[in-house]
Design a protein around this ligand. Sequence first.
Ligand SMILES: CC(C)(COP(=O)(O)OP(=O)(O)OC[C@H]1O[C@@H](n2cnc3c(N)ncnc32)[C@H](O)[C@@H]1OP(=O)(O)O)[C@@H](O)C(=O)NCCC(=O)NCCS
Length: 140
Amino acid sequence: MPRISFEQCLPLRARILRPNHPATAAQFPQDPSAVHFGVFDGDVLVSTVTAHPEDRAEYGEAGQWRIRGMATDTVVQSKGFGGLVLKELLDWGRAERIPLFWCNARERAIPFYLRHGFTVESEMFDIAGIGPHKVMKIVL
Ligand SMILES: CC(C)(COP(=O)(O)OP(=O)(O)OC[C@H]1O[C@@H](n2cnc3c(N)ncnc32)[C@H](O)[C@@H]1OP(=O)(O)O)[C@@H](O)C(=O)NCCC(=O)NCCS
């Protein structure tokens, strides 16, 4: 469950989160300075998550990080890989003394984040072309 490169993570992120779009549609401007984690099944990357610094003013303390691009390959979802990669990121965050992670969670992924200790922080809102989301956060 290592840190992986942007080049390793992008194809899986794009295929799962922005299907029917070019891979560039799944890139974030912050990718070059972000951290990317991956879980492998043998040699195959099956789950990935990215995070980068981004403060939400309402949470006060500076130094927050935002979680992006959480994706598990469709054929191996619900086998625990996403939980492993998220735990890897959170463990890294604790070691780095990051105070808080937040994300815009897709509706379908809200139970996943709840199970990992995140709380819901907003009403549902729509992100054009993607669908309903809620802001979620975890204080480390
Ligand atoms: C959301 C997502 C990243 C979760 O990844 P995953 O690898 O399926 O996650 P896990 O297997 O660890 O957990 C998913 C569910 O499987 C179940 N599960 C976990 N391990 C399991 C196992 N060994 N056997 C059976 N079920 C298991 C859990 O109950 C969990 O339920 P939950 O959704 O209520 O938390 C994945 O479904 C995904 O990529 N979805 C599409 C893209 C997306 O929506 N990404 C999030 C954007 S915010």
